[in-house]
Design a protein around this ligand. Structure first.
Ligand code: F6R
Length: 362
C-alpha cells in the first residue's frame, strides 16, 4: 500500500504534483482571457452577495485557512479563525458572510461546531474538504472538493497543498463575482497555479534537505518565521516538525520576533525563514537579527540573483514563481525536512504518539 516507500507520509509528499493537478483540473477557464471556471456548485456570479469571508479550520487546515484569508483579503475583508475559537467572542457572521470550513476529513468536531454557529446566524456556509459525503458537506450550503485522494499519514501533507490550490481558485471566483473587473493579475495568478504541480515536482527532485537535516540533529529547538502567506507556512512547518519529531518547534510571524521570541534564539536554535517574494526585504532584517545571535539560518525561497544565498547559512532554493503560490513550494521543503529529521531518529512517522487522523471530539 505504501507503493515502495517506507512511510505513507513520504508517499503522500511525492503525490503532491498529482494532488495539485486534480485540484485544478477543469477549474481554470480556457477562453482567451483566463478566468476561474465554474466551481461545481459555485458557478459564475454565485458569490455575488458575499461581503466578507470567515475561514475556519484546525491544525493544518487552520494554516490553509490563514493562507486563504491572506490572499482573499486583498479584495474582500477576510479573516481566518481557529474553529475551536469561533464562538461567542468573534464577530457574528450574518447573511453577507461566507463561512468557509476548511477540513480535510469533513469530520473535525470543532469545525462542525463553527459551521453550526454560522448556519444559526444565517451565514452562507461552504465546506472545502477532501471527503465526499462527509458531515461537513451535509451541514454546509455548498461544498468544494480539494480532490487530493485519500491521505493515510496522520501528518497532513498533500491535502494542505490541495487546499491552498482550491482556495486560490475560490479567491478568483470571489473576486470576479464581487468586484467584477478582470485584471491581468488574474491571468498571472492562474498561470502560476497551473505551473505549480511541475514546480512542486522539481522542488522535490532537487531538494538538498536530507543533508541539511543531518546538521541539526542536536539542536535545542527549531524556529520558523515568515510574513504574510509565509507566516502560515512557517506555522505549518513548525506543526509538522513537532508532530513527527517530538522536538520543540515554534512558528511565528517574523514581525513578532523582537516582541519576545528573540529571547529564545541561540546558536543551538536553527531558524527557518520562508521567503515568498513578497516583503522579502523585511524578512531579511529579521534574518539579520537572529544571525547576530549566532543562530544558524536556513532560507527557503527563490534566489534568481544569488543574493539570498549570501545572507543565510543554508539555502533551500525554490523555483521562481508568483508570491501567492510560492508558499506551497516552501512548505514542500519543510515537509521533507520534518520527514528526514524524524526518520533519522526513528520516529513512527505515520502514527505520531497521542495523535489521531481525525479529531471528532471538541
Ligand atoms: C496535522 C493534522 C491536523 C489536522 C486537524 C484538522 O498534520 O493533520 O492538525 O489538520 O486535525 O483536521 P481536518 O482537516 O480533517 O479538519
Amino acid at each position: 500500500a505504501k507503493g515502495g516507500y517506507d512511510h505513507f507520509m513520504r508517499k503522500e509528499i511525492e503525490e503532491q504534483p498529482t494532488a495539485l493537478r486534480q485540484a485544478i483540473r477543469g477549474r481554470v477557464g480556457t477562453d482567451d482571457r483566463r478566468t476561474p471556471a465554474d466551481l461545481e456548485s459555485l458557478p459564475r456570479d454565485s458569490l455575488a452577495g458575499v461581503e466578507r469571508v470567515h475561514f475556519v479550520g484546525m491544525g493544518t487546515s487552520y494554516h490553509a485557512a490563514m493562507y486563504g484569508a491572506s490572499v482573499v483579503d486583498w479584495g474582500i475583508p477576510a479573516q481566518a479563525y481557529l474553529s475551536g475559537e469561533y464562538a461567542d467572542r468573534t464577530p457574528e457572521p450574518d447573511e453577507g458572510t461566507l463561512v468557509v470550513a476548511v477540513t480535510q476529513s469533513g469530520e473535525t468536531a470543532d469545525t462542525l461546531e463553527a459551521v453550526r454557529r454560522a448556519n444559526e446566524h444565517g451565514a452562507r456556509t461552504l465546506a472545502v474538504t477532501n471527503v465526499v459525503g462527509s458531515t461537513a458537506t451535509r451541514d454546509c450550503d455548498d461544498s468544494l472538493f480539494i480532490r487530493a485522494g485519500p491521505e493515510v499519514g496522520v501528518a497532513a501533507t498533500k491535502t494542505f497543498s490541495a487546499q491552498i490550490a482550491t482556495l486560490a481558485l475560490l479567491r478568483e471566483r470571489l473576486h470576479t463575482d464581487t468586484v467584477g473587473a478582470h485584471s491581468d493579475d488574474i491571468d498571472e495568478r492562474l498561470t502560476a497555479l497551473e505551473r505549480l504541480p511541475s514546480l512542486v515536482e522539481q522542488t522535490i527532485e532537487d531538494s538538498p534537505v536530507r543533508s541539511i537535516a543531518r546538521e541539526f540533529d542536536d539542536s535545542d529547538a527549531y524556529f520558523f518565521i515568515g510574513r504574510g502567506t509565509g507566516r502560515s507556512v512557517a506555522l505549518e512547518g513548525a506543526l509538522k516538525f513537532k508532530e513527527i519529531t517530538y522536538e520543540h518547534a515554534e512558528g511565528f510571524a517574523a514581525s513578532e520576533l523582537k516582541h519576545g521570541p528573540l529571547a529564545l534564539v541561540t546558536t543551538e536554535t536553527p531558524v527557518f525563514a520562508v521567503f515568498t517574494g513578497y516583503d522579502d526585504e523585511a524578512l531579511l532584517t529579521s534574518v539579520e537579527e537572529v544571525s547576530a545571535r549566532g543562530a544558524p539560518v536556513v532560507g527557503i525561497g527563490a534566489d534568481p540573483t544569488g543574493a539570498l544565498a549570501e545572507r543565510v547559512d543554508h539555502l533551500l532554493e525554490l523555483p521562481d514563481t508568483h508570491p501567492d503560490v510560492a508558499g506551497v513550494l516552501a512548505n514542500v521543503q519543510l515537509q521533507l525536512f520534518a520527514y528526514h529529521a524524524a526518520d533519522r531518529i526513528g520516529r513512527p512517522i505515520d502514527k505520531p504518539r497521542n495523535l489521531a487522523k481525525c479529531v471528532t471530539v471538541e
